[in-house]
Write a protein of this length. Structure first.
Length: 213
C-alpha cells in the first residue's frame, strides 16, 4: 500500500477524529480482513514531547479502548518510572501503535502482527502533526523497522544494545528501541541483564526530562 503523505495544515484534532473512524482494514484490507469491528486506539497530542511507538492493541486494550491496559503496561510503566496517571497524560505522552486495532489471534492464541494497512495510511500524517515530539520509544521489531529503517541492527538484541549510538545521534526526534514488555520476553530480560542495569537508568532520565519538567 502506498504511503499517504501529510496534508498541509492538517490539524491533529481532525486527523485523530478521522483515524478513530477508520475502517480501511475492513473495507480495503491487505489479505484477510480484520476479524472483528475496528476499534482504533491512539493517544496523540500537539504538546507531547515523548511518544511510545508500540505494536498493536491487545485483547484487554481492545475491550477497554485503553492502550497498555494490562500486565505489559505495568511493566512498561515500571521501565519508564511513570505512574499510571503520568503515563496516560496524553498532553505529555503520545501513544501511536503500528497497528491501531487489535489484529486478532493466531491458531496458538498469540496476537497477530500489526495490520499492514495502518502505518502507510496514517503514520507520516500523525507525526507531521506532532512537531514537539523529541523522543520516540520504538517497541518491538515492527516499530523499529519503521522508525529506525536501514540503520537498524540485525536482530532485536543488537538493535536495543545499540542504545548508546541512538543517544549520540543528531537526529530529531531521537529514537530509542525497546523490547516488548510482554511476559513472553522474560527469558530475553534474564539473558540481557545490561538492559535493566545500564539502559533503564538512562531511559528513565530521558523520560523524566520530557514528562516532568
Amino acid at each position: 500500500m502506498m504511503e499517504m503523505p501529510a496534508k498541509a495544515g492538517e490539524s491533529l484534532e481532525a486527523l485523530a477524529r478521522a483515524l478513530r473512524a477508520c475502517r480501511i482494514c475492513v473495507e480495503r484490507p491487505i489479505g484477510a480482513g480484520l476479524p472483528h469491528a475496528p476499534n482504533p486506539i491512539v493517544r496523540v497530542s500537539d504538546t507531547a514531547r515523548l511518544c511510545i511507538a508500540s505494536q498493536a492493541a491487545g485483547t484487554l486494550a481492545h475491550a477497554s479502548s485503553i492502550p497498555f491496559n494490562d500486565r505489559s503496561g505495568d511493566r512498561l510503566r515500571g521501565w519508564l518510572d511513570l505512574s499510571r496517571e503520568e503515563f496516560y497524560d496524553f498532553s505529555r505522552v503520545a501513544i501511536v501503535p503500528m497497528g491501531f486495532c487489535f489484529p486478532g489471534q493466531d491458531a496458538t492464541g498469540g496476537d497477530l502482527p500489526p495490520r499492514r494497512e495502518c502505518a502507510p495510511a496514517w503514520r507520516s500524517r500523525i507525526f507531521a502533526a506532532m512537531p514537539r515530539i523529541e523522543l520516540i520509544l520504538a517497541i518491538g521489531q515492527y516499530a523499529q523497522a519503521w522508525h529506525i529503517g536501514p540503520a537498524r541492527k540485525r536482530g532485536l538484541t543488537a538493535t536495543v544494545a545499540a542504545w548508546r549510538e541512538s543517544l549520540s545521534e543528531a537526529r530529531r526526534p531521537m529514537i530509542l528501541p525497546l523490547p516488548h514488555p510482554s511476559w513472553r520476553n522474560n527469558g530475553w530480560l534474564k539473558r540481557n541483564p545490561w538492559f535493566e542495569a545500564e539502559f533503564l537508568p538512562e531511559l528513565r532520565q530521558q523520560v523524566r526530562r520530557l514528562t516532568k519538567t
